[in-house]
Design a protein around this ligand. Structure first.
Ligand code: 5GP
Ligand code: ZN
Length: 111
């Protein structure tokens, strides 16, 4: 399958990993949009938030259950933002669901 994030998960594309377990991987974004910018991905090829269902949503729950721990390990003591882009109009460019974890400065208001 021609998926960048599946290749990062299987190690055929290198990444700067910050957290890994049997269900997820978190690594530094190659083009950071904030002083700290990590991408959290499930170890299951789910295309986007639009492809979530009762069975696979456990991966999203797991990612959120670890996000605070990951943020802490990155030194984000004063908060952070988690973003999911869904589909072309949502700005999604890699079609393997992922959550951006960003912080390290006051990020301002987006919505
Ligand atoms: P999206 O725009 O789909 O929400 O986010 C995709 C993110 O993946 C972007 O922030 C982009 O910089 C990042 N990205 C794309 N390709 C790579 C890569 O090969 N390595 C890493 N570390 N990040 C990538
Ligand atoms: Zn994938």
């Amino acid at each position: 399958m021609d998926c960048i994030f599946c290749k990062i998960i299987d190690g055929s594309i290198p990444s700067k990993k910050v957290y890994e377990d049997d269900m997820m991987l978190a690594f530094h974004d190659i083009e950071p949009a904030a002083p700290v910018h990590v991408v959290m991905v499930p170890k299951a090829h789910i295309e986007s938030a639009d492809a979530l269902n009762e069975e696979n949503v456990k991966y999203v729950a797991h990612i959120f259950s670890k996000a605070g721990e990951i943020a802490k390990s990155l030194g984000l003591k004063n908060g952070y933002r988690i973003v999911n882009n869904c589909g072309p109009d949502g700005g999604q460019t890699v079609f393997h669901i992922h959550f951006h974890l960003m912080g390290g400065k006051q990020l301002g208001t987006m919505v």
